[in-house]
Design a protein around this ligand. Sequence first.
Ligand SMILES: NC(=O)c1ccc[n+]([C@@H]2O[C@H](COP(=O)([O-])OP(=O)(O)OC[C@H]3O[C@@H](n4cnc5c(N)ncnc54)[C@H](OP(=O)(O)O)[C@@H]3O)[C@@H](O)[C@H]2O)c1
Length: 223
Amino acid sequence: MLVVGGSSGLGLAVCRLAYGLGAEVIIASRSALDKHEELTATVGPGIETISLDVTSEKDVESALERVGTIDHLAVATRPPLTPSLFLQADLGQARQAFETKFWGQCQLIRMAHGRLAPDGSIVLTSGIAGERIYAGNFAMSVINSATETLCRALAVELAPIRINAVSPGFIAPKPPDVEARARRFPAGRVASAEEVAEAYIHLMESPYVTGTTLVVDGGARLV
Ligand SMILES: NC(=O)c1ccc[n+]([C@@H]2O[C@H](COP(=O)([O-])OP(=O)(O)OC[C@H]3O[C@@H](n4cnc5c(N)ncnc54)[C@H](OP(=O)(O)O)[C@@H]3O)[C@@H](O)[C@H]2O)c1
């Protein structure tokens, strides 16, 4: 399994869970190779780490050359994005975030496609902002909605390879005001990364599920 954006947070939790289930885990991100020892200590011996900036065609090409057939590809990259209202937002930063999270995954999928097993799968990451509007988050809202639409479009075009997305709500750690707001969610709290990571494994292991966004938000979008 190749996890792009697997060196921290949600992607790292996916790596740990998959490794525990016996998967051969390859972690790719800009810092993954530099963090090889730390990641090995966190995930387990025998993992592979690859240095890759998802926005660089050259990086993706040389990373994929080192990888054989890919059973499952998970993408959990997170671009820096300062929350700001639309009229005050730095559009350059918003464009760069789109470049990393949205176009980065497009480039990655196009280049990795020939290496994916026919019964393999891709799992993308969207997020609650794609469905529930929070003022100051327009860029991530659009990126996440676009990711979910991409997932549906590619489920048709890339079949029999399956492609799904996970839409997390709020994952710990979060600032105290968000933790307090989360007490009003049906689940009564924010999620752990491990709880959300389970959804990636479920989608990878479900042969009849494709073009689907699995929401793992503790009901946050409903309240
Ligand atoms: N955390 C939440 O509450 C939450 C909620 C909803 C949705 N999400 C979504 O879940 C995903 C993961 O979020 P997270 O909170 O787990 O993020 P995170 O802990 O910041 O991890 C982001 C990962 O992306 C990698 N990355 C960033 N830019 C990259 C690039 N240009 N090329 C390759 N890798 C890159 C980082 O590694 P390097 O720095 O080494 O490159 C890291 O491995 C994101 O798409 C985010 O929008 C998160």
